[in-house]
Write a protein that binds this ligand. Structure first.
Ligand SMILES: C[S@@+](CC[C@H](N)C(=O)[O-])C[C@H]1O[C@@H](n2cnc3c(N)ncnc32)[C@H](O)[C@@H]1O
Length: 288
């Protein structure tokens, strides 16, 4: 797979900073009960796994990624309730999990619905999927800068050419519905950073978002998407928003859906006929 952010140390650090700064915002409402079997698909170096594991210490996580290097780095974290595996979510043998968690993965996949459908086959009836994604056009900032938007557009274009969608956050509801998840709910999670939040200025504005845009420089120049001067001005302007009088906003989207397997009315009717049941019983059970 061509992965727009790459797998080097800087990317590991970026994912780690990103996870650390956004823990409450993104994970505050995710905990799994004791004994729950949870599949984390595309865990990377385990940046989200640390939080998942700590917040649900009695759940059992299977965290997979196609990158053996990332899995090696993730295993070094020695998380007690996590089994890290090198596996492709599209081809791994089907197992049954109570819940699935996917963060910042669909944005890189040419067929996100197929991925969701595959993951659904591994969910028990009534099991949930949680998906977190960003949307790079949700970024706005002060001072405003057309050059900065051009640099961000390079990232969006390079990701699109690699088969991904950097604007996927806004599509989560339709994607989950297309994959036939039920009870889908999406909640936008806005990060707002100003001079009063030096921790977020550093971890999010500088080391996450701007570093991510900066990382696409070679690919953008190679493709002739932008001049070096314009790109560098855009990145400079993004760093400028991290000054005491600057502000930066970005919205993540967190979706949850349920794998509702509807009772087959004919099967139920046959079972009930055998047991001397009534239509009232049948409707009662289907409505459960
Ligand atoms: C942006 S990283 C996100 C990592 C982690 N979820 C996080 O939030 O820090 C996307 C990850 O998805 C993995 N990935 C992409 N396609 C995959 C697939 N088909 N099966 C498993 N992992 C995949 C990549 O190797 C990469 O590590």
């Amino acid at each position: 797979m061509s992965y727009v952010h790459g797998y080097d140390d800087r990317e590991s650090e970026r994912l780690h900073d990103q996870a650390g700064a956004l823990v409450e915002l993104l994970h505050g409402d995710t905990t799994y009960p004791a004994g729950a079997r949870v599949l984390e698909a595309g865990c990377g170096v385990g940046a989200q796994t640390v939080t998942l594991s700590a917040r649900s210490p009695k759940a059992r996580f299977t965290s997979i990624d196609v990158s053996s290097e990332s899995i090696a780095a993730a295993r070094a974290r020695r998380l007690p309730n996590v089994e890290f595996r090198v596996a492709d979510l599209f081809t791994m043998p089907v197992e049954t999990f109570d819940h699935v968690f996917v963060c910042f993965v669909l944005e890189h996949l040419p067929e996100p619905v197929a991925a969701l459908q595959r993951l659904k086959t591994m969910l028990r009836p009534g099991g949930t999927i949680t998906v977190i994604e960003g949307d790079h056009r949700s970024a706005y900032f002060h001072p405003d800068s057309a050059a900065a938007q051009d640099a961000i557009d390079c990232l969006i274009t390079v990701q699109r050419e690699a088969g991904g969608d950097a604007l996927i956050g806004r599509r989560l509801y339709p994607l989950l519905r297309e994959a036939e998840f039920e009870e889908v709910s999406v909640s936008p999670r806005m990060v707002y950073v100003d001079g009063s939040r030096p921790d977020l200025i550093d971890a999010f504005t500088r080391k996450t978002f701007t570093a991510m845009v900066e990382g696409v420089r070679p690919a953008a120049l190679e493709r002739g998407l932008i001049s070096a001067e314009r790109f560098d001005a855009g990145v400079r302007d993004l760093y400028r928003t991290a000054a005491e009088d600057g502000t930066f906003s970005y919205t993540f989207f967190k979706a949850r859906g349920v794998n509702v397997i509807e009772a087959d009315a004919n099967d139920l009717a046959a079972q009930l006929a055998g047991q001397g049941g009534s239509f009232g019983d049948l409707l009662g059970r289907v409505g459960e």
